[in-house]
Design a protein around this ligand. Structure first.
Ligand SMILES: [Fe+2]
Length: 251
């Protein structure tokens, strides 16, 4: 999708980036260095899988289901959905399956990630419920922003847009990954990482383009996009607090 540079001057960009700057959790550094035990790793990854990895393609489909005939948005969402559910663009596989492959590399089995409503931290369930609800609520622009900017994006969003942060690609992306470096995951099991390195750059551009091209400054839609992402951040921080607590991590 064509990504007009001028659209980054949209007032919503700075507001959303300010929000993405805060999509950082104090327990994150523990995940990028050695020291976690097996149980702690499983608590973290099982939550990630059940909260948004397993169902991300379906969340995208829910949002797509409410998009009016704005062709470039339907196309971009469909392409994202196709990649997430099949790996057809990156010639890999369904991303939820690739996640399980990565977990196999850590020595966990698929059954370790079986659904368990009782097991999930209540704040994890609350965030998941929020994502399911809001992905199908009007206006479609806020659902799309929630999934493609907030969920798929990270605290690196500002630097990525500015071009000062470039994701590692190919073998480099795999070998530098903490799971490979510190937790014994064989590089072969990191196909998910490869798939993301392959397609994510385009998805980031599409995400901003879809939202900005369809949000008139100071409109009600613009306010709703921000409000939903702002609420997502609150749910997400509580979710991460809950997982950190389950992992026995303290500030
Ligand atoms: Fe993905």
């Amino acid at each position: 999708m064509e990504h007009a540079q001028s659209s980054l001057e949209h007032p919503l960009v700075e507001r959303l980036l300010g929000l993405m700057d805060r999509k950082h959790h104090w327990a994150y550094p523990a995940l990028t260095r050695p020291g976690l035990n097996r149980d702690q790793l499983l608590v973290h990854f099982r939550h990630e899988y059940l909260v948004y990895v397993r169902d991300f393609p379906v969340l995208l489909a829910r949002a797509l289901g409410n998009v009016p005939p704005v062709d470039e948005v339907r196309r971009a969402l469909a392409a994202n959905l196709y990649e997430e559910q099949t790996g057809g663009v990156s010639k890999t596989g369904p991303h939820p399956d690739l996640f399980i492959t990565m977990m196999n590399g850590l020595g966990f089995s698929r059954s370790d990630f079986a659904d368990d409503e009782v097991w999930l931290h209540p704040d994890a369930r609350a965030y998941r419920d929020f994502l399911f609800r809001e992905s199908a609520v009007a206006p479609w622009q806020s659902a799309v922003a929630l999934l493609t900017i907030f969920v798929e994006g990270s605290a690196n969003e500002r630097a990525e847009l500015a071009g000062t942060y470039v994701r590692r690609r190919g073998e480099d992306a795999v070998l530098q990954h903490p799971l490979v470096q510190f937790y014994g995951c064989p590089p072969d099991a990191m196909v998910l990482r490869r798939a993301h390195a392959e397609v994510e750059g385009d998805h980031r551009k599409d995400a901003w383009s879809m939202v900005l091209s369809n949000a008139i400054p100071e409109s009600r839609v613009e306010a709703q996009i921000y409000a939903v992402c702002d609420e997502a951040l609150v749910f997400w921080l509580r979710y991460r607090d809950g997982v950190a607590q389950r992992m026995g991590l303290t500030r």
